[in-house]
Write a protein that binds this ligand. Structure first.
Ligand code: ADP
Length: 365
């Protein structure tokens, strides 16, 4: 039946309508020529099922009316058989026709509603992922852009001195180049992530990547009067991960650590210091970022990594969500704890794989 119906789909509508009218005429003739006891009119239900599939509800209702009229007409014109049986059969046929049309129209309406809902959902999903992608790019590129502006102003100042300090201006230009390069790499990574691309894993020196990120954050740290301690384990095995993504994670954690200490007066118990530490843990490397902010509220603990969860007036709530995506895409993990020394503040831990001997030999480059 379904196969037959689908074959019908290639027919032009007018031809289908003509075939249906032919079928209705044939059913009418059969119903009239046979005895009352033969309920040939129920075959009209097949006509209605075809009509429901191909025509508008209005036309289906018109065809249903025509089928009922033909059934009644045929009952009036049938010459032979038991009249009472014929009457019952006619009523049953009409009921079958009406119920089939009603159920068929209801089914089509439900299918249309489902189709509309699916289309709407797809549009919504596209809009959401586009919005999320745009927000992620804006979030991640903000830091290098801010650094470019800072270095640009510094460069201007060095050049305006009498005599101009060309060496310092040159250094500022180098930082600008580095930040611009970083911004474009960050955009490429986020686009890749949105397309479901795997991270670009490579062997790299984790401590060196941390130092580089620390240099990039220098201007921000200075502006906020925060000191950064690097507690980097010597002789670490190389990491096996996407270097740019690892630096994005660290950049986000540093920004959050700085934000957490904004507005907190430095005291001996809570100096404005952030510590970034690296260490080996079995086959893995661990990176931790410790701040001396207010620490994690119970609500923060359960929502930290949710997209768009933020307690900052200008926050987007995407930083940690992106960090988690990146850490997990690299086969690592990220989580937050309180400080172990009992002081107030939060510690974020990130694990990543150390390059194994095989990875070092086979996968290098
Ligand atoms: P955003 O920085 O835009 O708010 P994040 O996803 O990076 O987005 O952070 C989400 C929320 O997690 C922050 O708004 C803040 O409430 C909390 N949070 C993140 N890092 C820290 C931290 N180091 N100390 C305390 N709370 C934090």
């Amino acid at each position: 039946m379904t196969a037959a119906l689908s074959r019908l789909s290639h027919w032009p509508r007018a031809l289908t309508l003509a075939a249906m009218l032919g079928a209705m005429a044939a059913i009418f003739a059969l119903d009239t020529l046979t005895e009352y006891a033969v309920a040939a009119a129920v075959f009209h239900t097949a006509v209605i099922l075809v009509a429901v599939r191909w025509f508008s509800p209005r036309l289906v209702i018109a065809i249903t009316g025509l089928c009922i009229a033909l059934t009644l007409g045929s009952f009036a014109l049938t010459p032979a058989g038991a009249y009472r049986t014929g009457l019952i059969n006619t009523v049953i046929s009409i009921l079958a026709i009406v119920i089939t049309a009603y159920q068929g129209l209801k089914m089509v309406a439900a299918q249309n509603a489902a189709h509309a809902a699916r289309t709407q959902l797809m549009r919504l999903a596209q809009a959401t992922s586009l919005g999320q992608l745009t927000a992620s790019i804006a979030h991640e590129v903000n830091q290098p852009l801010a650094a470019i502006v800072t270095s640009g102003s510094a460069c201007q100042r060095w050049l305006a001195q009498q005599p101009p300090n060309l060496a310092k201006a040159g250094q500022a230009l180098e930082r600008i180049q580095g930040d611009a390069q970083r911004a474009s790499e960050v955009i490429a990574r986020i686009r890749g992530m949105a397309r479901g691309e795997a991270p670009h894993k490579q062997r790299f020196d984790l401590n060196e990547a941390v130092r580089e990120m620390a240099r990039l954050s220098e201007a921000d740290l200075d502006r906020r009067g925060i000191a950064l301690d690097l507690l980097l384990a010597p002789g670490l095995r190389p990491a096996w991960a996407d270097r740019v993504q690892l630096q994005q994670v660290l950049g986000n954690l540093l920004l959050n650590a700085m934000d957490a200490m904004d507005g907190i007066k430095p005291t001996a118990a809570a100096p404005r210091r952030i510590a970034v530490a690296t260490q080996a843990l079995g086959q893995q490397l661990v990176l931790t970022v410790t701040d001396a902010g207010a620490g994690l509220s119970p609500q923060a603990r359960s929502h930290l990594f949710d997209a768009f969860w933020t307690t900052k007036p200008n926050g987007m709530g995407l930083g940690l969500n992106i960090c988690r995506h990146m850490a997990e895409a690299n086969g690592g993990r990220i989580w937050a704890t309180d400080r172990e020394d009992g002081r107030s503040g939060a510690v974020f831990h990130v694990t990543l794989a150390a390059a194994g001997d095989t990875a070092a030999g086979v996968l290098h480059g």
